[in-house]
Design a protein around this ligand. Structure first.
Ligand SMILES: C[S@@+](CC[C@H](N)C(=O)[O-])C[C@H]1O[C@@H](n2cnc3c(N)ncnc32)[C@H](O)[C@@H]1O
Length: 276
């Protein structure tokens, strides 16, 4: 399989990268329960050397550094890295590089390879994970979180089902393992990739938090249309079609609105392993 991640490099350096920067605060608040569980599982210790893979706007890079570790955030997205660097200005414990994690040449002196949703975008995940393993000293830890299937993620599936009638049928059925947020939804496939790359002591635990997606419905629609899986689908719609689709999504989400905002369920895999 090709190690060419050019399509993802284009995607994350284009509009997607800029919208992630604009929505960084909202996204980090929404993902906070996942971040907390992931950081607890990773148990970073003072003095450790860590690679934060697909670090994006730097939220977890900074959090890991807060535990006293020295953290190297790597990402392919220039706009997201620029935002991460600005947030980390003056922090001597973090460094950032624009590089493809699948092909970066590592030295094996890190104790932890970590990622919040940054490892599902590789053209050849087996080769990419084998490369990530080379960053770890013997016995070093791998710890990341990835999404379970969209149908197990109401924060995606409710809007997705409402949107479906307005979208053209895809010319061919997409492969659910293609690079993208849900590439590792299949637990057995995920196990094959991580163990096949030479990791041992693999644990894949379900994590099913409720996410605070937005404070109100207009906020939720705006957010979903700009960031994440629904925004990718929305790019195919224009004019009246887009307005009707948004109205359908609004109607589907409305019953889930509560006093404290729109809170929807999510399902991830919390993955940990060791370099064998
Ligand atoms: C869903 S975002 C998550 C960003 C960040 N970890 C967070 O949780 O906010 C995925 C990130 O992975 C990065 N990414 C995708 N493919 C990559 C690759 N081959 N090497 C490094 N980073 C990559 C993207 O640029 C993007 O920043």
């Amino acid at each position: 399989m090709s190690q060419d991640n050019a399509q993802q490099i284009d995607y994350w350096n284009g509009e997607a990268g800029h919208t992630w920067v604009a929505a960084q605060d909202r996204l980090d608040r929404m993902l906070a329960p996942i971040t907390e569980a992931l950081l607890a599982r990773a148990a970073a210790a003072a003095g450790e050397r860590i690679v934060d893979v697909g670090c994006g706007c730097g939220e977890t890079t900074l959090a890991l550094a807060g535990a006293g570790a020295r953290v190297w955030g790597i990402d392919i997205s220039e706009p997201m890295l620029a935002h991460a660097k600005a947030r980390a200005a003056g922090n001597p414990s973090v460094a950032f590089s624009r590089t493809d994690a699948a092909t970066q040449s590592f030295t094996d002196d890190h104790e932890l390879v970590f990622s919040r949703f940054g490892v599902m975008f590789f053209a050849d995940p087996g080769a990419a994970f084998a490369n990530l393993r080379t960053a770890l000293a013997p016995g070093g830890r791998l710890c990341f979180v990835c999404w379970q299937s969209p149908r197990d993620n109401p924060w995606v599936s409710i809007a997705g089902a409402a949107l479906k009638p307005y979208l053209p049928e895809p010319a061919e059925t997409p492969d659910p393992r293609d690079p993208g947020p849900f590439a590792f939804a299949d637990r057995d496939y995920l196990r094959t990739i991580v163990e096949g790359a030479g990791f041992t002591d693999l644990a894949i635990e379900p994590l099913t938090p409720t996410l605070q997606v937005a404070d109100d419905l207009p906020g939720a629609l705006d957010f979903m249309a700009r960031v994440g899986p629904m925004s990718r689908a929305m790019t195919e719609l224009e004019g009246d079609d887009r307005d009707r689709a948004l109205e359908a999504v609004r109607a589907a989400l409305a019953p889930h609105l509560r006093d404290d905002g729109l809170r929807l369920g999510a399902a991830c895999w919390l993955v940990s392993a060791r370099a064998g």
